[in-house]
Design a protein around this ligand. Structure first.
Ligand SMILES: Nc1ncnc2c1ncn2[C@@H]1O[C@H](COP(=O)(O)OP(=O)(O)OP(=O)(O)O)[C@@H](O)[C@H]1O
Length: 274
């Protein structure tokens, strides 16, 4: 990797380097300013949950970190390396996986073909080897024996778990493809409380197992998901990070935005959009 003047390691040799850093990131859609000079650091091993009212730009942040959406202003550093443009323009120094709100599976492919998709497309691994890797990932998400089924034959929670298995898939011959951070966009949206608990437990399990991924950023609206999966919570509103704290601090903070959000009240500083 070429070291340039944009390289964070070169400019801040003594500071602990975050895995992901947004510095002064802004994003507008037309005249609609969504993010206004947002700063955010995500440390190795952190479980960060971004919360805030609908339409405040939470998914936009994930898509920019994944390199799927260009930023207007500011910089994104991935493990100290500045990303220029989109992921297709430049390889990131670490693997980043994204789990989309809708599981985004190919309906015409089996579970095995979905989970192994990138390896079938982009690796020289044998079918046997890919199948073994798929089976290992399916076991990790509690879906052993489902490889031959189609997404339409699974429940919403199971489809979500298939998308988790796909997110943690990597090519053992290319260590850089192993995800070091997973971005989860509302992983429990639309699931019943019990299916949500299964997903929340799985998110934490994957963080703790060596074969999983130690760092994640999640967007969620679900109270239980926020409380059970966050080490740190950031509250986004009006284009800015307005508050951040631990799960315990959610209930002790005086921040009126956080209080209104968690009490689900229509009275307060958050503008209610009918
Ligand atoms: N590609 C796009 N083109 C135009 N507007 C967009 C685009 N993507 C997002 N937006 C707008 O940007 C705003 C932020 O969207 P985003 O999906 O990031 O919000 P969010 O906080 O994740 O919302 P929710 O909680 O409802 O999922 C919304 O007003 C949305 O309509």
């Amino acid at each position: 990797m070429a070291v340039t003047t944009d390289n964070y390691k070169a400019t801040k040799p003594d500071s602990k380097m975050p895995l992901i850093e947004l510095r002064g990131v802004s994003k507008s859609f037309g005249s609609n300013v969504i993010l206004d000079r947002v700063n955010l650091r995500v440390e190795q091993g952190e479980a960060l949950v971004i919360i805030g009212p609908s339409g405040t730009g939470k998914s936009t942040i994930l898509r920019m970190i994944a390199g799927l959406l260009p930023i207007d202003e500011g910089s994104i550093y991935i493990n100290g390396q500045k990303r220029n443009g989109l992921i297709e323009d430049q390889d990131d120094p670490i693997g980043i996986s994204m789990v989309f709100q809708q599981a985004a599976l190919f309906d015409s492919l089996t579970v095995e073909q979905n989970v192994g998709f990138s390896l079938y497309q982009h690796s020289n691994l044998s079918r046997r080897k890919i199948k073994d890797l798929v089976d290992e990932k399916l076991e990790m998400v509690g879906l052993t024996g489902t490889g031959n089924r189609f997404p339409s034959e699974l429940s919403g929670g199971m489809r979500k778990r298939v998308s988790f298995a796909r997110a943690i898939m990597s090519n053992p011959e290319n260590p850089k493809s192993r995800p070091e951070i997973i971005l989860y966009d509302e992983p429990t949206a639309g699931l019943d409380p019990i299916a949500s608990t299964v997903i929340e437990d799985l998110v934490r399990d994957l963080q703790c197992t060596k074969r999983g991924c130690g760092t994640y950023i999640m967007v969620s609206h679900q109270d239980s998901t926020i409380r059970r999966t966050a080490d740190r919570v950031v509250f986004l509103y009006g284009g800015k990070i307005q508050w951040q704290g631990t799960v315990a601090e959610i209930d002790s903070t005086d921040n009126p935005l956080v209080r209104q959000f968690f009490s689900a009240s229509i009275e307060g500083p958050i503008r209610v959009i009918d």
